[in-house]
Design a protein around this ligand. Structure first.
Ligand code: SF4
Length: 204
């Protein structure tokens, strides 16, 4: 597996789907994320294998503008809660919450102004989406046009898969040719953590 620790998140974020890339970039830009952004991102990071201890270090370091005291009072509990380290019996027995699927991110808690959670394919304007894609290195005009058509038809996760397939086309060809990946392993992605895992495995 990937070496997952607080300092590997930035380099690994090249393998993150756009929703999580956006959260990571916004976090670096503002040294802060609002509640649902923290929750969506914490659970994703938990899903890629970041331990609770490392997750606390990650957020503490990222929130550069606040004191330890504020961090401990206002943020620590929710992170521990997401991991099932605190909370009611059911939460702790189930070890907290599962990382959100695309379905959940697409349909629940749409982001308001100043919030960065959600799915950029669903919640961004086409212009802002195109800019974000270009910022992350998606420059191909056909792909950008395809994404635009997908989102106009409200096929948001298809747009996401289109970008994945374009970004990994050489690697996908390779694993198909040498038969190391079957069709099932290349199914449509419907979970951000699948996106990460697949991207990471294809590149290594
Ligand atoms: Fe994230 Fe899913 Fe949207 Fe892709 S389709 S950006 S993985 S929520």
């Amino acid at each position: 597996g990937a070496p997952i620790n607080p300092s590997s998140i930035d380099p690994l974020s090249q393998h993150f789907p756009l929703c999580m890339r956006n959260l990571q970039m916004t976090l670096r830009k503002n040294s802060h994320l609002k509640h649902f952004g923290r929750l969506q991102y914490t659970l994703f990071l938990k899903g890629i294998g970041l331990t609770l201890e490392d997750c606390l270090i990650f957020w503490r370091q990222a929130f550069k503008l606040i004191t330890d005291d504020t961090f401990n009072k206002e943020y620590r509990y929710n992170i521990r809660h997401a991991y099932g380290d605190v909370g009611g019996d059911a939460i702790r027995r189930g070890r907290g919450y599962s990382p959100f699927s695309c379905q959940k991110i697409l349909t629940e808690h749409p982001p308001g102004s100043g919030e960065s959670h959600g799915c950029p394919y669903r919640h961004f304007s086409v212009d802002n989406l195109t800019t974000l894609l270009q910022t992350t290195g998606v420059s191909d005009r056909d792909v950008l046009r395809g994404v635009k058509e997908d989102v106009e038809k409200k096929r948001f996760h298809i747009a996401c898969n289109r970008v994945f397939e374009w970004a990994h086309k050489g690697d996908i060809k390779r694993v198909k040719e040498d038969d190391s990946w079957g069709a099932a392993e290349l199914d449509t992605i419907v979970h951000p953590n699948t996106y990460f895992k697949r991207s990471y495995l294809l590149k290594t």
